[in-house]
Write a new protein. Sequence first.
Length: 228
Amino acid sequence: MSTKRGCGSMRIIVSGLTAAGKTTLCLKLEKGLLIPRFSASETLRKLLLDTGDAWSPELDRQRTEQSLEHAVDAAMTSALHEHDAGVFDSWGLPWYSNETAIRIWLESNRESRLRKCYVSYLQRGTPKTFAECASIMDAKDAKSRTVFLMNWGFDIFTDREPFDMVVDCSALIPVATIEQADIGARRTYQAVITALADRYDTDLLPTSGDRTTTTESRDPTVVVTWLQ
C-alpha cells in the first residue's frame, strides 16, 4: 500500500513539556507546509479574553478550573475533527482524541529546555535568571501533569503510547543564545520534515519558507524515532 500523502490531507499534533519547542516547531510547520495552525494556549487566552503572548506563566496559573480546561480540550478536539489538514499545538490532544493524525512528542531534556526558556524571555525583552526560569518551568510541568492526571488519567511525564514519532532535540542549543536557539529550531524542523518525507513520500517537502531536501536536513544531533 502506498504511503504517499500530500500536505492537504495531513494533520500533525505536536506535544512536549514546557520549553521543548512545540510552538516554534508548529509555526515552522504552518509556514513550510501551508497548513493552518491551532494552539491550545491561544484557545485558552481567547476563553479568558487574554491578549498576552503565546507562553505565559501568569496565564498558566489560571488553569485551575476543570470546566475551563475541558473547554480548551473540547475546542481542540473539534478543530481536529473539522479540519482535514493542520498542525495542532497541544499538550493533551494525542491522548484524549481518537482522530487520525500524526502524533509527535518533542523530547528535550531539562537542561536544554532551561536554555530555551531563558532565551524565550530574552526575546521578549523581559530577561530572567536561570533560577527563575527553572522555577517557572518546573511549576508549569508539575501543574500540567496534575491537570491531565486528574482530567484524563494519563501521565504526561512518562506515557508515550499514543505517539507515532518521538523527536529528541536535547543535543541542540548548547548555549543559551538567541542565535543558537534559532539554529536549533531550524534543525528540529528540518529533521521532522525529513522524517515525514521519508515515511509519506516527497509531497511533504516544504512548499514555502525553510525549503530543504531530505539529504540536507539529516542531522545526527536530532534523534527521530518512529514508534508506530
